[in-house]
Design a protein around this ligand. Structure first.
Ligand code: COA
Length: 261
């Protein structure tokens, strides 16, 4: 598949998707959202891919939001459809079934912060800036931001960020639980690579079970969520990876996990 606005680099079970519109601070226009949906679909189908990293081209921006020049043209019905289209992308990322890391190298605003929040792990450069500035455009976050921010950072911080539209720095995003880690900008690649490599060498079906149990379980009753956990646990026991992991422990050696079994 060839993409106009994405760079895709897959090696050693790690697929890095780079949004490549640096002159527009990697803003999400419709074409880019369409391409991201396709790239996520491809990653979901490819057993050679164990981990996905999403980032933005250039040093300045991760993603500076939905493309405002396109947004400005939408009528109400089109905006409703656009919101659902963007939400579909974020849900596809969240439900990929393989770990997705947001490598946040700069501005993560509007749809950029929403995309980061749909990823499973968020690693930010200390120079990154976060915000939901849609209020300044006369709208609100429309790609799932009101709900994912609420679930990550709670009602108080979500209301403040969405109502005021202010930017916050990476240290504040860490305090609020919006990102997992903040590192010096020059350490970002090393940190993300180490994390991606660790995940790429982990048991795929166990990772899948963890993602499902935590992501879907968070929205379910405790009984249903515990059943997700038990089902996933049972599926793991049917894999060669569990045989290998337990045998390696008992034989005092490092396990070697394979692709999805
Ligand atoms: N949509 C479309 N274009 C965008 C964009 C967006 N969300 N964010 C930035 N750009 C474009 C700018 O229009 C500019 O293009 P141009 O050179 O053709 O005029 C280019 O990216 C560089 O942005 P610029 O504003 O000149 O950079 P800056 O350093 O002065 O400011 C930001 C950086 C991120 C603070 C500023 O671009 C901004 O506020 N962007 C919009 C953020 C936003 O509201 N996002 C939510 C959208 S729903």
């Amino acid at each position: 598949m060839s993409y106009q606005n994405l760079l895709i680099d897959c090696a050693a079970r790690i697929c890095t998707i780079t949004i490549n519109r640096p002159d527009k601070l990697n803003a999400l226009n419709r074409q880019t959202i369409r391409e991201l949906r396709l790239a996520i679909e491809e990653a979901s189908q490819d057993d050679a891919i164990g981990v996905v990293v999403i980032t933005g081209a250039g040093a300045k921006a991760f993603i500076a939001g939905a493309d405002i020049s396109e947004l400005a043209q939408l009528d109400g019905v089109q905006a409703l459809a656009f919101s659902r289209y963007g939400q579909g992308l974020m849900t596809a990322i969240e439900r990929l079934g393989k770990p997705v890391i947001a490598r946040i190298n700069g501005f993560a605003l509007g749809g950029g912060m929403e995309l980061a929040m749909a990823c499973h792990l968020r690693i930010a450069a200390d120079t990154a800036k976060f915000g939901q500035p849609e209020i300044n455009l006369g709208v609100l976050p429309g790609f799932g931001g009101t709900q994912r921010l609420l679930r990550l950072a709670g009602r108080s911080a979500s209301l403040e960020l969405c109502l005021l539209g202010n930017q916050i720095n990476a240290a504040r995003a860490l305090e609020l639980g919006i990102v997992n880690r903040v590192v010096a900008a020059e350490q970002l690649d090393a940190e993300v690579n180490a994390l991606a490599q660790q995940l790429a060498q982990s048991a795929p079906q166990a990772l899948n079970g963890i993602l499902n149990a935590i992501t879907l379980g968070a929205e379910a009753s405790i009984d249903v969520a515990l059943d997700y956990e038990s089902q996933a646990f049972g599926v793991c026991a049917a894999t060669a990876d569990m045989r290998e992991g337990t045998a390696a422990f008992l034989e005092r050696r490092k396990p070697s996990f394979g692709p999805r079994t």
